[in-house]
Design a protein around this ligand. Structure first.
Ligand SMILES: [Zn+2]
Ligand SMILES: [Zn+2]
Length: 515
């Protein structure tokens, strides 16, 4: 692009673009106001006139290219002669970016100025100095990145979340509020090692949220309930459906940490969605069984259309047309609501026939046959080759014990160093050994992607509760329990006379009955 600079008469102010950028690195965050003041001041003292401000306040740096290009285009089009930055390190995000951007500015006859670094770019020494300042900035940025990765790995190996943020339901010990940044914390060595302890008030509330969700209460109702209690998020905001589900999904209350999958080969862990759950160092507020039940309901809800989720009809979550796989919609008959279930494929798109069944008939079959099924399972002798919980649990228990032992040893070790019984270098060596042991055991405990199913005989008490309490259970609790037992209830109708229902049970069996 040819330089389009017009000659500037002596005494005339040189037109310049003020470029402000907030770095994504915490350590370099200088407020836009400070940058603007310094640039304005420098321009006044040095005979520059700011014709335009370009602010790049996107801390993620994602729009960086677009914004800096506007400034460079301003030089190329002749609107301005110079770009003024607060420091040279604001100009590029890395070495290549710096060099390319500066090259374009110089090629167009423009110049880059720093408001706080006294460099005369007209001389060879000045240009060398500027190059070195940019190089130092790149080096600093690399170093901070490395430190961050190191700290991150250390924290994960210690069973701590990647950042020391407060967590709902827990008291964060060993850290104190950062006086310079709201919502951030700093280490507080006086308070012992960093750790999360269940909060006596919000801990039980967190457990209660999981239990209510398992029993069929949706995210919106949970948010309303929590907001009513006056409890706020760790950032002091009101709760929303999304915030509640996000918090419960992260599984912190189940003693878990959500981390970037260590096997992932991407190099952008901060933006990667490939996450995995590992066991943390903190105490869970709910049991393993409750966590699995929570995950089962989450998966089920995700696969259910919104209208069926809130349904008060006990079979709503499981019912499907056996011919086309569509959901079955409750339909009125005269003034009476929801008398029949009708294939929604027929109802909405006519992609199926008018397959239907009386709601009362289906519900009666489900209750009667579930009772029979429970009796049949209970009457059978335990099958020898069925892997029982008793054989699965010891392995898990052993790993959990290993993690707990490593944690206890760490605590004892930290105490010894604090009391001056052992020197710091022995502490560090012993600590690294312990952390490695802990990481190995914790990784082996890593969550399976699918929630663990119960064993066949473990469903018997659940079935009996549903059957016996059929009329007294809250509708949504009954719906969730049925869905947990019978993930699919398929309705088939060939003609007016010929119809049947297939019950597919969570334990992998199915039974079919005429309607
Ligand atoms: Zn990744
Ligand atoms: Zn159908």
């Amino acid at each position: 692009m040819p330089p389009q600079q017009r000659t500037i008469a002596s005494g005339e102010l040189i037109p310049a673009i003020g470029y402000i950028r907030v770095s994504m690195l915490m350590e370099e965050q200088i407020s836009p106001e400070i940058q603007r003041a310094a640039i304005t001041d420098w321009a006044r003292r040095n005979g520059r006139r700011i014709v335009r401000w370009i602010e790049d306040l996107d801390a993620t740096g994602r729009n960086f290219r677009r914004k800096i290009m506007k400034a460079i285009e301003g030089i190329e089009s002749g609107d301005a002669r110079e770009i003024i930055v607060w420091k040279f390190n604001r100009f590029g995000r890395n070495r290549t970016g710096n060099a390319v951007n500066l090259g374009r500015v110089n090629l167009a006859g423009g110049e880059l100025q720093s408001a706080t670094e006294d460099v005369d770019a007209r001389t060879a020494v000045g240009r060398l100095t500027r190059g070195m300042l940019m190089e130092i900035a790149s080096f600093e940025s690399d170093r901070i990145g490395e430190q961050w990765a190191e700290t991150h790995a250390y924290r994960v190996a210690s069973g701590l979340p990647a950042n020391g943020r407060p967590r709902f339901g827990y008291v964060l010990r060993g850290r104190q509020p950062d006086p310079l940044h709201a919502h951030r914390t700093l280490r507080a060595p006086d308070d012992g090692p960093e750790r999360y302890e269940p909060d006596p008030i919000t801990g039980p509330v967190l457990a209660d949220l999981y239990r209510r969700y398992i029993a069929g209460t949706g995210g919106q109702k949970l948010a309303a309930y929590l907001n009513q209690t006056g409890l706020r998020t760790t950032r002091g905001n009101h709760w929303s459906d999304v915030a509640i589900r996000g918090m419960l999904d992260r599984g912190f209350g189940a003693g878990l940490l959500r981390i970037h999958d260590p096997n992932c080969e991407c190099n952008q862990p901060a933006n990667c969605s490939n996450m995995t759950l590992i066991k943390g160092a903190h105490q869970p507020v709910i049991s393993e069984e409750e966590w699995q039940a929570y995950r089962r309901r989450r998966l089920r809800v995700a696969a259910t259309p919104p209208r069926a989720r809130a349904s008060i009809y006990p079979l709503a979550a499981s019912l499907r047309c056996g011919h086309c796989g569509s959901r079955m919609t409750p339909c009125a008959e005269g003034p009476e609501p929801a008398v029949r279930y009708l294939c929604s494929g027929y109802l909405r798109k006519r992609t199926c026939l008018a397959r239907s069944a009386r709601r009362s008939a289906i519900e009666a079959i489900v209750v009667r046959e579930l009772a029979q099924w429970a009796d049949d399972i209970a009457a059978e002798a335990p099958v020898a080759n069925e892997p029982s919980q008793a054989t699965i649990q010891p392995e898990r228990a052993k790993l959990e014990a290993e993690v707990a032992a490593a944690d206890a040893a760490m605590d004892a070790l930290t105490l010894k160093m604090a009391k001056g019984i052992i020197p710091e270098d022995s502490y560090i060596r012993a600590r690294d050994v312990l952390l490695t042991e802990r990481a190995v055991a914790a990784a082996a405990l890593e969550e399976d992607d699918r929630p663990a199913p119960l064993q066949r005989h473990e469903y018997v008490p659940v079935i009996r509760t549903v059957v016996e309490e059929w009329l007294t259970l809250r509708p949504e609790a009954r719906r969730e329990m049925v869905a947990d037992l019978l993930p699919e209830i398929l309705i088939f109708r060939e003609s007016r006379r010929s119809a049947w229902v297939t019950l597919r049970a969570a334990w992998g069996e199915e039974r079919t009955f005429p309607i």
